[in-house]
Design a protein around this ligand. Structure first.
Ligand SMILES: [Zn+2]
Length: 376
Protein backbone atom coordinates (compact mmCIF):
# COMPACT_ATOMS: atom_id res chain seq x y z
CA UNK A 1 0.00 0.00 0.00
CA UNK A 2 2.99 2.23 0.58
CA UNK A 3 3.53 3.30 -3.00
CA UNK A 4 -0.10 4.23 -3.55
CA UNK A 5 -0.26 6.05 -0.25
CA UNK A 6 2.72 8.12 -1.29
CA UNK A 7 1.03 8.82 -4.59
CA UNK A 8 -2.15 9.90 -2.84
CA UNK A 9 -0.21 12.18 -0.51
CA UNK A 10 1.65 13.58 -3.47
CA UNK A 11 -1.57 14.39 -5.30
CA UNK A 12 -2.91 16.03 -2.16
CA UNK A 13 0.25 18.15 -1.97
CA UNK A 14 0.03 19.04 -5.65
CA UNK A 15 -3.58 20.08 -5.21
CA UNK A 16 -2.62 22.19 -2.22
CA UNK A 17 0.24 23.79 -4.15
CA UNK A 18 -2.08 24.50 -7.07
CA UNK A 19 -4.63 26.19 -4.81
CA UNK A 20 -1.94 28.26 -3.08
CA UNK A 21 -0.47 29.28 -6.42
CA UNK A 22 -3.89 30.24 -7.72
CA UNK A 23 -4.53 32.32 -4.58
CA UNK A 24 -1.13 34.00 -4.83
CA UNK A 25 -1.81 34.70 -8.48
CA UNK A 26 -5.00 36.55 -7.65
CA UNK A 27 -3.00 38.68 -5.23
CA UNK A 28 -6.04 39.60 -3.19
CA UNK A 29 -5.88 36.78 -0.66
CA UNK A 30 -3.66 36.52 2.37
CA UNK A 31 -1.97 33.22 3.26
CA UNK A 32 -4.52 32.92 6.10
CA UNK A 33 -7.36 33.02 3.58
CA UNK A 34 -5.62 30.39 1.49
CA UNK A 35 -5.26 28.15 4.54
CA UNK A 36 -8.93 28.56 5.35
CA UNK A 37 -9.79 27.52 1.83
CA UNK A 38 -7.69 24.37 1.94
CA UNK A 39 -8.97 23.29 5.34
CA UNK A 40 -12.54 23.59 4.10
CA UNK A 41 -12.41 20.31 2.17
CA UNK A 42 -11.73 17.91 5.06
CA UNK A 43 -14.21 19.79 7.26
CA UNK A 44 -16.83 18.96 4.65
CA UNK A 45 -15.95 15.28 4.66
CA UNK A 46 -15.93 14.98 8.45
CA UNK A 47 -19.33 16.69 8.58
CA UNK A 48 -21.03 13.68 7.04
CA UNK A 49 -21.54 11.36 10.02
CA UNK A 50 -23.93 9.08 8.16
CA UNK A 51 -21.25 8.12 5.66
CA UNK A 52 -17.98 8.38 7.63
CA UNK A 53 -17.72 6.62 10.99
CA UNK A 54 -16.50 9.28 13.46
CA UNK A 55 -13.96 6.89 14.92
CA UNK A 56 -12.29 6.25 11.55
CA UNK A 57 -12.21 9.96 10.79
CA UNK A 58 -10.68 10.78 14.14
CA UNK A 59 -8.05 8.10 13.76
CA UNK A 60 -7.30 9.29 10.27
CA UNK A 61 -7.01 12.88 11.43
CA UNK A 62 -4.71 11.90 14.27
CA UNK A 63 -2.54 9.85 11.96
CA UNK A 64 -2.39 12.71 9.50
CA UNK A 65 -1.44 15.16 12.23
CA UNK A 66 1.35 12.91 13.45
CA UNK A 67 2.72 12.46 9.97
CA UNK A 68 2.45 16.14 9.20
CA UNK A 69 4.29 17.11 12.39
CA UNK A 70 7.12 14.76 11.53
CA UNK A 71 7.56 15.86 7.98
CA UNK A 72 7.20 19.64 8.17
CA UNK A 73 8.99 22.26 10.21
CA UNK A 74 6.85 25.38 10.17
CA UNK A 75 3.60 25.31 12.13
CA UNK A 76 1.50 26.74 9.33
CA UNK A 77 2.92 24.25 6.89
CA UNK A 78 1.99 21.46 9.28
CA UNK A 79 -1.59 22.75 9.40
CA UNK A 80 -1.82 22.79 5.66
CA UNK A 81 -0.35 19.29 5.43
CA UNK A 82 -2.88 18.06 7.97
CA UNK A 83 -5.66 19.43 5.82
CA UNK A 84 -4.32 17.80 2.69
CA UNK A 85 -3.50 14.49 4.35
CA UNK A 86 -6.79 14.20 6.18
CA UNK A 87 -8.48 14.41 2.82
CA UNK A 88 -6.32 11.57 1.52
CA UNK A 89 -6.66 9.52 4.68
CA UNK A 90 -10.46 9.13 4.86
CA UNK A 91 -11.10 5.42 4.43
CA UNK A 92 -14.60 4.13 3.70
CA UNK A 93 -13.69 0.45 3.56
CA UNK A 94 -16.19 -0.48 6.28
CA UNK A 95 -18.94 1.42 4.49
CA UNK A 96 -18.00 -0.16 1.18
CA UNK A 97 -18.19 -3.76 2.40
CA UNK A 98 -21.49 -3.16 4.21
CA UNK A 99 -24.06 -4.91 2.01
CA UNK A 100 -27.03 -4.37 4.30
CA UNK A 101 -28.77 -1.90 1.98
CA UNK A 102 -27.93 -3.62 -1.30
CA UNK A 103 -30.83 -6.09 -1.70
CA UNK A 104 -32.54 -5.62 -5.05
CA UNK A 105 -29.62 -3.60 -6.42
CA UNK A 106 -26.94 -4.39 -8.98
CA UNK A 107 -23.68 -3.76 -7.16
CA UNK A 108 -20.22 -3.55 -8.72
CA UNK A 109 -16.92 -3.43 -6.84
CA UNK A 110 -13.83 -2.33 -8.79
CA UNK A 111 -10.95 -3.62 -6.67
CA UNK A 112 -7.83 -1.66 -5.84
CA UNK A 113 -4.97 -4.12 -6.25
CA UNK A 114 -1.24 -3.81 -5.76
CA UNK A 115 1.78 -6.02 -6.49
CA UNK A 116 4.48 -4.14 -4.60
CA UNK A 117 6.88 -1.33 -5.53
CA UNK A 118 9.46 -3.51 -7.31
CA UNK A 119 7.03 -5.50 -9.45
CA UNK A 120 7.42 -5.35 -13.19
CA UNK A 121 3.91 -6.71 -13.82
CA UNK A 122 0.69 -4.82 -13.42
CA UNK A 123 -1.57 -5.68 -10.49
CA UNK A 124 -4.41 -5.94 -12.98
CA UNK A 125 -8.18 -6.04 -12.96
CA UNK A 126 -10.62 -7.68 -10.62
CA UNK A 127 -14.29 -6.80 -10.36
CA UNK A 128 -16.93 -8.30 -8.09
CA UNK A 129 -20.48 -7.99 -9.40
CA UNK A 130 -23.53 -8.87 -7.32
CA UNK A 131 -26.93 -9.30 -8.93
CA UNK A 132 -30.12 -7.91 -7.32
CA UNK A 133 -30.95 -11.41 -6.07
CA UNK A 134 -27.50 -11.93 -4.58
CA UNK A 135 -25.66 -13.97 -7.23
CA UNK A 136 -21.93 -13.28 -7.21
CA UNK A 137 -19.69 -12.86 -10.22
CA UNK A 138 -15.93 -12.46 -10.08
CA UNK A 139 -14.71 -10.95 -13.34
CA UNK A 140 -10.91 -11.44 -13.41
CA UNK A 141 -8.79 -11.91 -10.28
CA UNK A 142 -5.70 -9.78 -10.93
CA UNK A 143 -2.05 -10.80 -10.77
CA UNK A 144 -1.10 -13.88 -8.65
CA UNK A 145 0.63 -11.55 -6.15
CA UNK A 146 -2.63 -9.62 -5.71
CA UNK A 147 -4.84 -12.69 -5.20
CA UNK A 148 -4.77 -12.32 -1.41
CA UNK A 149 -6.30 -8.87 -1.75
CA UNK A 150 -9.11 -10.26 -3.93
CA UNK A 151 -9.74 -13.07 -1.44
CA UNK A 152 -9.72 -10.62 1.47
CA UNK A 153 -12.43 -8.44 -0.08
CA UNK A 154 -14.56 -11.47 -0.98
CA UNK A 155 -14.30 -12.68 2.62
CA UNK A 156 -15.02 -9.24 4.06
CA UNK A 157 -18.13 -9.06 1.90
CA UNK A 158 -19.30 -12.31 3.46
CA UNK A 159 -19.23 -14.10 0.11
CA UNK A 160 -19.14 -17.88 0.40
CA UNK A 161 -19.71 -18.98 -3.18
CA UNK A 162 -18.73 -17.46 -6.52
CA UNK A 163 -21.58 -18.29 -8.86
CA UNK A 164 -19.90 -16.99 -12.01
CA UNK A 165 -16.15 -16.77 -12.51
CA UNK A 166 -15.27 -14.92 -15.69
CA UNK A 167 -11.88 -14.48 -17.35
CA UNK A 168 -11.79 -11.54 -19.74
CA UNK A 169 -8.58 -12.72 -21.48
CA UNK A 170 -5.55 -14.88 -20.64
CA UNK A 171 -3.05 -12.25 -19.43
CA UNK A 172 -1.43 -12.70 -16.03
CA UNK A 173 -2.89 -9.49 -14.59
CA UNK A 174 -6.41 -10.87 -15.22
CA UNK A 175 -6.30 -14.64 -14.70
CA UNK A 176 -3.18 -14.91 -12.49
CA UNK A 177 -5.11 -14.73 -9.22
CA UNK A 178 -7.77 -17.26 -10.22
CA UNK A 179 -6.02 -20.46 -8.96
CA UNK A 180 -5.68 -19.00 -5.45
CA UNK A 181 -9.31 -17.86 -5.50
CA UNK A 182 -10.75 -21.23 -6.57
CA UNK A 183 -8.79 -22.91 -3.79
CA UNK A 184 -10.72 -20.83 -1.29
CA UNK A 185 -14.19 -20.53 -2.82
CA UNK A 186 -16.58 -22.96 -4.48
CA UNK A 187 -17.43 -21.79 -8.00
CA UNK A 188 -20.69 -22.51 -9.86
CA UNK A 189 -19.51 -21.95 -13.42
CA UNK A 190 -16.41 -20.55 -15.08
CA UNK A 191 -16.72 -18.57 -18.29
CA UNK A 192 -14.02 -17.79 -20.80
CA UNK A 193 -13.65 -17.08 -24.50
CA UNK A 194 -12.37 -19.53 -27.13
CA UNK A 195 -8.92 -17.92 -27.01
CA UNK A 196 -6.19 -20.29 -25.83
CA UNK A 197 -2.74 -19.24 -24.73
CA UNK A 198 0.55 -21.01 -24.10
CA UNK A 199 1.91 -19.54 -20.88
CA UNK A 200 2.39 -21.32 -17.57
CA UNK A 201 -0.07 -18.81 -16.11
CA UNK A 202 -2.74 -19.94 -18.56
CA UNK A 203 -2.03 -23.62 -17.85
CA UNK A 204 -2.19 -22.97 -14.11
CA UNK A 205 -5.56 -21.32 -14.58
CA UNK A 206 -7.02 -24.14 -16.70
CA UNK A 207 -5.59 -26.80 -14.35
CA UNK A 208 -6.95 -25.05 -11.27
CA UNK A 209 -10.48 -25.05 -12.73
CA UNK A 210 -10.15 -28.71 -13.63
CA UNK A 211 -8.72 -29.72 -10.26
CA UNK A 212 -11.56 -27.94 -8.47
CA UNK A 213 -14.08 -29.66 -10.73
CA UNK A 214 -15.48 -26.35 -11.96
CA UNK A 215 -17.54 -26.60 -15.15
CA UNK A 216 -16.33 -24.26 -17.89
CA UNK A 217 -18.49 -22.55 -20.50
CA UNK A 218 -16.79 -20.93 -23.45
CA UNK A 219 -18.67 -17.85 -24.61
CA UNK A 220 -18.89 -16.20 -28.02
CA UNK A 221 -20.54 -13.32 -29.81
CA UNK A 222 -24.32 -13.52 -29.54
CA UNK A 223 -24.49 -15.60 -26.36
CA UNK A 224 -26.77 -14.42 -23.57
CA UNK A 225 -26.07 -15.47 -19.98
CA UNK A 226 -28.54 -15.09 -17.11
CA UNK A 227 -27.04 -13.30 -14.14
CA UNK A 228 -29.46 -14.31 -11.41
CA UNK A 229 -33.18 -14.09 -12.17
CA UNK A 230 -33.38 -10.42 -13.10
CA UNK A 231 -30.31 -9.70 -15.16
CA UNK A 232 -28.93 -10.78 -18.50
CA UNK A 233 -25.48 -10.47 -19.99
CA UNK A 234 -24.96 -10.15 -23.73
CA UNK A 235 -21.64 -11.39 -25.03
CA UNK A 236 -20.65 -8.94 -27.77
CA UNK A 237 -17.33 -10.62 -28.63
CA UNK A 238 -15.08 -12.31 -29.50
CA UNK A 239 -16.31 -14.90 -32.01
CA UNK A 240 -15.92 -18.65 -31.59
CA UNK A 241 -13.52 -18.87 -34.54
CA UNK A 242 -10.22 -17.43 -33.38
CA UNK A 243 -7.74 -16.46 -36.08
CA UNK A 244 -4.38 -16.50 -34.36
CA UNK A 245 -1.83 -14.09 -35.83
CA UNK A 246 1.27 -15.33 -37.59
CA UNK A 247 4.00 -16.27 -35.12
CA UNK A 248 1.55 -16.64 -32.20
CA UNK A 249 2.20 -16.66 -29.26
CA UNK A 250 5.07 -14.21 -29.93
CA UNK A 251 4.07 -10.54 -30.10
CA UNK A 252 0.52 -11.40 -29.18
CA UNK A 253 -0.21 -8.68 -26.63
CA UNK A 254 -2.48 -6.64 -28.87
CA UNK A 255 -4.16 -9.76 -30.26
CA UNK A 256 -5.01 -11.04 -26.77
CA UNK A 257 -6.17 -7.66 -25.52
CA UNK A 258 -8.35 -7.16 -28.59
CA UNK A 259 -9.90 -10.57 -27.90
CA UNK A 260 -11.04 -9.61 -24.41
CA UNK A 261 -14.61 -10.71 -23.75
CA UNK A 262 -16.95 -7.75 -24.26
CA UNK A 263 -19.97 -8.05 -21.95
CA UNK A 264 -23.06 -5.88 -21.72
CA UNK A 265 -25.09 -6.23 -18.52
CA UNK A 266 -28.82 -5.47 -18.47
CA UNK A 267 -30.86 -4.77 -15.33
CA UNK A 268 -34.19 -3.24 -16.39
CA UNK A 269 -33.25 0.05 -18.01
CA UNK A 270 -29.77 -0.01 -16.49
CA UNK A 271 -26.75 -1.16 -18.48
CA UNK A 272 -23.04 -1.74 -17.90
CA UNK A 273 -20.16 -2.57 -20.23
CA UNK A 274 -16.94 -4.47 -19.52
CA UNK A 275 -14.35 -4.90 -22.26
CA UNK A 276 -11.19 -6.08 -20.48
CA UNK A 277 -8.11 -4.69 -22.20
CA UNK A 278 -9.56 -3.89 -25.64
CA UNK A 279 -7.31 -1.65 -27.71
CA UNK A 280 -8.51 1.14 -29.97
CA UNK A 281 -8.19 -1.18 -33.00
CA UNK A 282 -10.94 -3.47 -31.69
CA UNK A 283 -12.93 -0.64 -30.11
CA UNK A 284 -13.26 0.74 -33.66
CA UNK A 285 -14.56 -2.61 -34.94
CA UNK A 286 -17.16 -2.80 -32.20
CA UNK A 287 -18.30 0.78 -32.74
CA UNK A 288 -18.90 -0.03 -36.41
CA UNK A 289 -20.60 -3.32 -35.57
CA UNK A 290 -22.85 -2.28 -32.69
CA UNK A 291 -23.07 1.54 -32.81
CA UNK A 292 -25.48 2.90 -30.21
CA UNK A 293 -26.04 -0.52 -28.66
CA UNK A 294 -22.78 0.13 -26.84
CA UNK A 295 -24.23 3.09 -24.93
CA UNK A 296 -24.40 2.29 -21.20
CA UNK A 297 -24.73 3.82 -17.75
CA UNK A 298 -21.57 2.26 -16.31
CA UNK A 299 -18.40 1.30 -18.16
CA UNK A 300 -15.04 -0.05 -17.16
CA UNK A 301 -12.31 1.97 -18.86
CA UNK A 302 -10.54 -0.42 -21.23
CA UNK A 303 -6.96 -1.52 -20.53
CA UNK A 304 -6.49 0.18 -17.18
CA UNK A 305 -7.57 3.57 -18.56
CA UNK A 306 -4.60 3.82 -20.91
CA UNK A 307 -4.22 5.60 -24.22
CA UNK A 308 -3.83 2.31 -26.09
CA UNK A 309 -7.58 2.23 -25.60
CA UNK A 310 -10.51 4.50 -24.77
CA UNK A 311 -10.53 6.26 -28.14
CA UNK A 312 -12.70 9.30 -28.81
CA UNK A 313 -14.97 7.25 -31.02
CA UNK A 314 -15.43 4.59 -28.36
CA UNK A 315 -16.14 7.09 -25.60
CA UNK A 316 -18.60 9.07 -27.72
CA UNK A 317 -20.47 5.84 -28.54
CA UNK A 318 -20.37 4.18 -25.12
CA UNK A 319 -21.09 7.56 -23.50
CA UNK A 320 -21.03 6.23 -19.92
CA UNK A 321 -22.37 8.26 -17.02
CA UNK A 322 -19.93 6.47 -14.69
CA UNK A 323 -16.47 5.22 -15.73
CA UNK A 324 -14.18 3.16 -13.53
CA UNK A 325 -10.55 2.39 -14.30
CA UNK A 326 -8.37 -0.09 -12.44
CA UNK A 327 -4.61 0.44 -12.65
CA UNK A 328 -1.29 1.21 -11.01
CA UNK A 329 -0.34 4.31 -12.92
CA UNK A 330 -1.70 7.21 -14.86
CA UNK A 331 0.82 8.08 -17.52
CA UNK A 332 -1.52 10.39 -19.37
CA UNK A 333 -4.66 12.38 -18.60
CA UNK A 334 -6.04 11.92 -22.13
CA UNK A 335 -8.55 9.12 -21.53
CA UNK A 336 -9.66 10.78 -18.30
CA UNK A 337 -10.25 14.08 -20.09
CA UNK A 338 -12.07 12.41 -22.97
CA UNK A 339 -14.52 10.66 -20.64
CA UNK A 340 -15.05 13.88 -18.72
CA UNK A 341 -15.71 15.79 -21.93
CA UNK A 342 -18.48 13.32 -22.74
CA UNK A 343 -20.07 14.00 -19.37
CA UNK A 344 -18.96 10.88 -17.51
CA UNK A 345 -17.78 10.86 -13.92
CA UNK A 346 -14.40 9.14 -13.75
CA UNK A 347 -13.23 7.00 -10.87
CA UNK A 348 -9.78 5.43 -10.70
CA UNK A 349 -8.65 2.81 -8.17
CA UNK A 350 -5.15 4.36 -8.17
CA UNK A 351 -6.42 7.40 -6.28
CA UNK A 352 -9.95 6.44 -5.22
CA UNK A 353 -9.21 2.97 -3.77
CA UNK A 354 -12.03 0.45 -4.09
CA UNK A 355 -14.92 1.83 -6.11
CA UNK A 356 -18.42 0.60 -5.25
CA UNK A 357 -21.23 1.35 -7.68
CA UNK A 358 -24.81 0.62 -6.65
CA UNK A 359 -27.42 0.67 -9.43
CA UNK A 360 -31.18 0.16 -9.53
CA UNK A 361 -33.12 -0.95 -12.62
CA UNK A 362 -34.09 2.62 -13.60
CA UNK A 363 -30.59 3.96 -14.27
CA UNK A 364 -30.27 5.54 -10.80
CA UNK A 365 -26.93 5.01 -9.14
CA UNK A 366 -24.67 5.82 -6.24
CA UNK A 367 -20.86 5.62 -6.24
CA UNK A 368 -18.81 5.19 -3.07
CA UNK A 369 -15.04 5.62 -3.35
CA UNK A 370 -12.86 4.19 -0.61
CA UNK A 371 -10.76 7.37 -0.55
CA UNK A 372 -11.34 11.00 -1.39
CA UNK A 373 -9.17 12.21 -4.24
CA UNK A 374 -8.64 15.18 -6.51
CA UNK A 375 -10.53 13.20 -9.15
CA UNK A 376 -13.93 13.32 -7.46
ZN1 LIG B 1 -4.57 -5.92 -18.15
Amino acid sequence: MKRKKQFRLLTAWLLLAAILTACAGKGGQTPAAATAQTTAAPAETTAAPETVPAETTQEAATAAQTEAAETTAAETEAEEATAAETEAAVDRYEEIIDRSGDDGKFVVYFLDLEVGPDATDKSGDSTILISPDGKVMLLDAGHPDAADMVIQVLEDLGIETIDYLVASHPHIDHIGGIPAVVEKFPVGMAYRSYVDYTTQTFNNYINALEKAGIPVTQVKTGDVIDFGEQMQIEILGPEEEIEYPEGFPQSSTQFLNDHSVLMKFHFGETTALFGGDLYTSQEREYVELYGEELAVDLAKANHHGKDTSNSNKWIRTVHPRIVAAMGDEMVSMDAYNRYLKEGGEYHFTLVDGIIKVILDDQGNYEVIDQFDSWMN
